[in-house]
Design a protein around this ligand. Structure first.
Ligand code: DLL
Length: 432
């Protein structure tokens, strides 16, 4: 039998959902107009005032927001609540040196945790479960989001964070974890480690909630078979609070968007035109209940399709397919967002020429990142010892910018193939 965390909301009629959206959108537009000068200016530039937005049908009149706006308004420029009402930030990579910072009031945290709780209950979670959270904790939203949702459901929550696989497996066995929350690639790695160590019989997992990066149906089958669990997808982004913008139900055919909090649109990424249901395009979200950091018409750059077909689980909220790619060049490596422009910023800052190549691969279910950089002729003529020292320096600078390890290979000047058209900066060898 299907279980819901908030059945009256999750299974509300479409008319009811639209009524909530209409009312909340009007209020939210007024809220940003009154409290965020940056927003007011953008709206004025587009010639739209709060009175022009009376319902969801008027949403298209509002300007889009992008990561560039977050960079320009960094850090406090989009804050819509007094700082004394804010209790938390979370953060993710920006396109260059400036990170995206999202703010939360206590109310925002409560609603976010509700969204994550819906996902956990949809995956079969109850107060009897032991929920093992291996998403990263800290600035990343994965750990704190699922941790909060797990508390709300009443699961015994294990805040493992990522890394230290041996300790992860030991806790999983000793405490009898039944639900695993982590990135799909880490789940695949854990599944393999469990097989290798012959621990399968001692593992009590029944479900996994995996997201933050793209994963295929084949990968789902593989994880499900190896661990003997049902694997559910979960989607979200820091800008709209984190995981739990949408989540999968028992049907496992796409993720229900929490439409009482987010209005989803699909647009043509080139023209910005809103596309009809069922079309493939860029996903845009408006958060209509957030107090501190309410983004309206935020362009996610994720390419997706929305459908309102009736779902066997009984939920009525619109479903999005697994994201099918991006309309920008963001890579997700080990669950961390990486922009080639961040890497270029580091290289130029360190005095290297902009001749580089980024190579991403997946070895034993784990992502690897390598940056190949041409040396200047001066460095090239230096001793080998000096070159390896410079490589180390670059590894550290990249780690500081990206938060993850990237292998660095300094190569001879002019050895990276020049392309006649656009430079090929990224070689992604992963088959997702
Ligand atoms: O990845 C939030 C999250 C944490 C989601 C834990 C799910 C689980 P960001 O670091 O801001 O936030 O990255 C957001 O990650 O725009 C997508 O491109 C990608 N992404 C997130 N979930 C999925 C998913 C978190 N289920 C960016 N499938 C988004 C594919 C995903 N891509």
């Amino acid at each position: 039998m299907e279980h819901y965390y908030q059945p009256e909301i999750e299974c509300a009629s479409q008319e009811q959902i639209l009524a909530w959206q209409n009312e909340r959108l009007v209020k939210q537009v007024r809220h940003v107009w009154d409290n965020v000068p940056y927003y007011r200016k953008k709206m004025e530039e587009k010639g739209v005032a709060p009175g022009d937005v009376q319902s969801v049908a008027d949403l298209h009149k509002l300007p889009f927001l992008t990561k560039d706006d977050l960079r320009d308004a960094y850090p406090y420029g989009l804050l819509a609540a007094p700082m004394r009402d804010c209790v938390r930030i979370q953060s993710t990579s920006g396109t260059t040196g400036r990170r995206v910072v999202a703010f939360y009031t206590q109310h925002d945290l409560d609603l976010w945790e509700d969204c994550c709780a819906r996902a956990i209950v949809a995956a079969g979670g109850t107060a009897d479960d032991v929920c093992h959270v291996s998403y990263g904790y800290g600035l990343f939203t994965g750990g704190p989001g699922l941790n909060g949702g797990s508390h709300r459901v009443g699961c015994l929550t294990i805040p493992m964070s990522s890394g230290n696989t041996d300790r992860q497996l030991q806790f999983m066995v000793d405490l009898g974890a039944t639900i695993l929350c982590c990135t799909p690639s880490y789940a695949a790695y854990l599944a393999e480690s469990i097989q290798e160590r012959g621990l399968r019989d001692q593992i009590k997992l029944k479900a996994g909630i995996f997201g933050a990066e793209a994963w295929s149906e084949e990968m789902r089958q593989d994880i499900q078979n190896k661990l003997g669990i049902k694997a559910y997808d979960i989607y979200g982004l820091t800008e709209t609070s984190g995981p739990g913008v949408s989540f999968e139900c028992s049907a496992q055919t796409g993720m229900h968007v929490n439409e009482d909090h987010f209005i989803a649109e699909i647009i043509d990424p080139d023209t910005g035109e809103v596309l009809p249901e069922g079309s493939k395009g860029e996903l845009v979200f408006s958060s209509i209940t957030k107090e501190a950091f309410p983004l309206l018409r935020y362009r996610t750059r994720d390419i997706c399709v929305l459908t309102r077909e009736k779902c066997s689980c009984g939920r009525t909220h619109v479903k999005m397919c697994k994201p099918m790619g991006r309309s920008d060049d963001m890579l997700i490596v080990k669950g961390v967002n990486v922009f080639p422009s961040q890497i270029e910023t580091v290289l130029l800052e360190q005095g290297y020429p902009a001749n580089y190549q980024i190579i991403v691969d997946r070895v034993n279910n784990s992502d690897t990142l390598e940056v190949m950089v041409e040396m200047t002729p001066e460095i090239f003529s230096d001793s080998l010892g000096r070159v390896s020292e410079m490589e180390k320096g670059l590894v550290a600078a990249l780690k500081a910018m990206l938060g993850i390890y990237a292998r660095v290979r300094l190569v001879a000047p002019k050895s990276i193939t020049r392309s006649e058209g656009k430079a090929v900066r990224v070689i992604d060898k992963r088959k997702i």
